[in-house]
Design a protein. Structure first.
Length: 119
């Protein structure tokens, strides 16, 4: 996948506090925050605060391990809070795959019975 990491991408700015976000939890390595254009109620994003990986292909296995642990935490928290009927965990690599922000992230998207998929 072509290109290099842009340190001024939106999520890097969120990590640095240069643009606001609604944080769900955070530690030294990871940040979970609300998606600004949610596909459903409770749509969260989980990112690394330290990695400069744009996508899952570039990430260190250790980073992926930390991220997936945080994804599980986020999925459990949102399930407990909002009682969805299902939860999508997904991510995209490269613009043709649907990626729009080039800082590795996982989506956690609650799904509710009878609600259409998509935005
Ligand atoms: P991608 O398509 O790259 O996997 O997803 C990027 C996600 O970032 C989209 O779901 C989009 O709604 C979200 N997003 C874009 N800009 C912002 C922003 O400024 N703040 C937050 N919280 N989410 C954003």
């Amino acid at each position: 996948l072509n290109g290099t990491y842009d340190p001024d991408n939106i999520f890097a700015k969120i990590v640095r506090g240069e643009i606001p976000s609604v944080k769900v939890f955070e530690d030294d390595e990871v940040l979970a925050f609300m998606d600004a254009f949610p596909q459903s109620k409770g749509h969260l994003l989980v990112i690394s605060k330290t990695s400069r990986a744009r996508n899952v292909l570039e990430a260190e296995p250790k980073t992926l391990g930390r991220l997936i642990g945080a994804v599980q935490k986020a999925a459990r928290a949102v399930t407990q809070a909002l009682k969805p009927d299902g939860v999508v965990v997904t991510q995209f690599n490269g613009a043709p795959a649907g990626q729009t922000v080039f800082h590795l992230h996982f989506h956690v998207i609650p799904r509710y019975e009878g609600e259409a998929l998509g935005r």
